[in-house]
Design a protein around this ligand. Structure first.
Ligand SMILES: Nc1ncnc2c1ncn2[C@@H]1O[C@H](COP(=O)(O)OP(=O)(O)OP(=O)(O)O)[C@@H](O)[C@H]1O
Length: 240
């Protein structure tokens, strides 16, 4: 971070019945990986950034814009946040074609926002030949390309990805990682990326926020991560 406002500044607290999330971290441009054992709070953080969940306390600021500030009673609704979300299972609308699915992303673009053109996004993501197809006829990798296109067309100030490659076969995984790098570099959208894959973290992430039981255990680079057998703690990473 070079003096400019961080892409993301988060300092939140959320109490659930048996789980307390209490985290603070900042993220700059590029890809920030959120890692940690199952149940450590990764998806909860994405939902708080996206505005599908209100924290009990704290603030969320994206590119200098306050999205949540509980003390000041600020809570920008989800559809006005300019946050793009790519889920594990793509979550495309099954009754719409690929073209209709990706154009749906533009509905969430604010009138003032510049954003990439549909033909640029379809070309860059290699989905021009799929536009008339329906999601049920697509492979896992193709669905994720479409989900990425839809998220980009909403002109997001930040992209949130929740295990986007876990439903994609090994052969396609490398290819989609290349596309994610391309999106990072070409469209210059900061990305918060949840994963259980050490390989994805090592290839994609410029910084890694590691969670344990609702707290930030460390912030560093992929090289700082403990080995899988470093201790008896629950592992952050899947064995594959
Ligand atoms: N809707 C909910 N209501 C109540 N508790 C929830 C809800 N969603 C998640 N939790 C709990 O909050 C905690 C954090 O869950 P979260 O989904 O953020 O973990 P995670 O790190 O993303 O896990 P995983 O790696 O398995 O996806 C867990 O204890 C979970 O059981």
């Amino acid at each position: 971070m070079t003096g400019a406002a961080p892409s993301l500044s988060l300092n939140v607290r959320q109490q659930r019945k048996d789980f307390l999330l209490d985290v603070a971290f900042e993220a700059g441009s590029g890809i920030t990986a959120l890692v940690g054992p199952s149940g450590s709070g990764k998806t909860t953080i994405l939902n708080i950034i996206a505005g599908t969940l209100r924290p009990d306390a704290g603030r969320v600021v994206v590119s200098g814009r306050v999205l949540t500030d509980v003390a000041q009673r600020v809570f920008v609704p989800c559809h006005r946040r300019r946050v793009g979300f790519v889920f594990q299972d793509a979550q495309l609308f099954p009754h719409l074609t690929v073209e209709q699915n990706i154009k749906f992303g533009r509905w969430f673009r604010s009138a003032q926002a510049d954003g990439p053109a549909v033909d640029v996004v379809t070309r860059e993501l290699g989905i021009g030949g799929l536009l008339n197809r329906r999601p049920a006829t697509l492979s896992g990798g193709e669905k994720q390309r479409v989900a990425l296109a839809r998220a980009l067309l909403s002109s997001p100030q930040i992209l949130l990805m929740d295990e986007p490659l876990s439903g994609v076969d090994d052969a396609r995984r490398n290819e989609i990682m290349g596309l994610i790098e391309h999106v990072r570099d070409e469209f210059r959208v900061p990305i918060v990326y949840v994963t259980h894959s050490r390989n994805e973290v090592q290839r994609l992430a410029s910084r890694v926020v590691r969670l344990e039981a609702g707290r930030v255990a460390s912030v560093g680079s992929a090289a700082d991560l403990p080995g899988d057998d470093a201790s008896k703690r629950k592992s952050d990473f899947a064995s594959t």
